[in-house]
Design a binder for this molecule. Sequence first.
Ligand SMILES: *Cc1c(COP(=O)(O)O)cnc(C)c1O
Length: 428
Amino acid sequence: MEYKRSSALFIEAQQYIPGGVNSPVRAFKAVGGHPIFVKSAKGAYLYDEDGNRLIDYINSWGPMILGHAYEPVVEAVIEKAKSGTSFGMPTEIETEIAKLAIEMVPGIDKIRFVNSGTEACMSAIRLARGFTSRNKIIKFAGCYHGHSDSFLIQAGSGASTFGMPNSPGVTVGTAQDTLLATYNNEASVRELFAANPHEIAALIVEPVAGNMGCIPPAAGFLQFLRDICSENNTLLIFDEVMTGFRLAKGGVQELYGITADICCFGKVIGGGLPVGAFAARREIMDFLAPVGPVYQAGTLSGNPLAMIAGLTMLRAINSDAELFKRLEEKCAYLENGLRVAFSETAIPFTINRVGSMISIHFAKESVVDFATAKLGDNEWFKKFFHGMLQEGVYIAPSAYESWFLTDALTYEDLDFTIRAAKKVAAEM
Ligand SMILES: *Cc1c(COP(=O)(O)O)cnc(C)c1O
């Protein structure tokens, strides 16, 4: 396949937009080469500016769980736009989507809508800090909670328990309020609680990690987090921006039977428009302005286009009793095919999967945290990525990203993908 026009567009874009992209992972820096410019998409397929058709395993990083240009969402957005796109005033549809989300997700009484997952997580920790009158938070290395300052933190050197900024522009003062633990490692969490008694407002976690590839929580890990947070009067925040409405109607809380204190949403909840949300039980949510003292706001928050897209998407998910079963079966089928493809070669690999999230790591050892995810061989990954692209299959342009399956995929698409993987693996 040729990607000439995409390359030309990328070269032009770089003159006017930093790196040619409005979000860094799109730039293909981890895999080399030029990114693909999309012209349109429908169902499971992307159509690029060179006229290529690609089977899409990213689906806008998750939202298009029912496929691209899903007709009910598209029609609802068009219809809504005719009566105005933003008012900065309340509309009935905000209550409708709030009611439905609260019905679908366990343990939440109220929800506030924002414009991105970043905003949701940033606001959730502010709320947690306000509610508990404490400053520190715990996050896990390799978990991503958007690009706000408190989360752009890496492990400090030596034995220090507090983090260091991992981007210029994040102050050391901010970084010192974020403590870093190791995913799936109970001892690392216990140590942080022991070293910072009565100081930890919240522990935030991707309850199934998806930003270091897909990493499932070890047996008992989420229950352990629930218990240690309760014992320490620390709020447990599940960042379900990726997993919410994707792994189950009620997300990881439903799937693993653990209730968090605050949940963050994004991606699927907006049906492909910019939406995020955070939710909790009444007592916590009523700490937010205008009821309570914690300030949080947004000019375009809850705008009618975003809300109708989200509401239409959630209704479709809520009314389809077989959706998550189908996604599970499709992804299990793909997993099995990929295993066979790589088992026939000498390439070391590990595949992780939960529901419709899957990732392949070119490492022998199991991938259970950020350190083990980093053991994956990026040269193998690059070859696999570009090989698949040549075959017309688009996977995430980074070894640290999960694939997100859409229900629009047919078994023919999956077989095509598996055949492509076999061919690419044999050539690697
Ligand atoms: C994508 C993501 C975010 C950030 O959401 P944006 O809409 O990109 O700001 C936060 N948390 C998790 C787990 C995510 O996957």
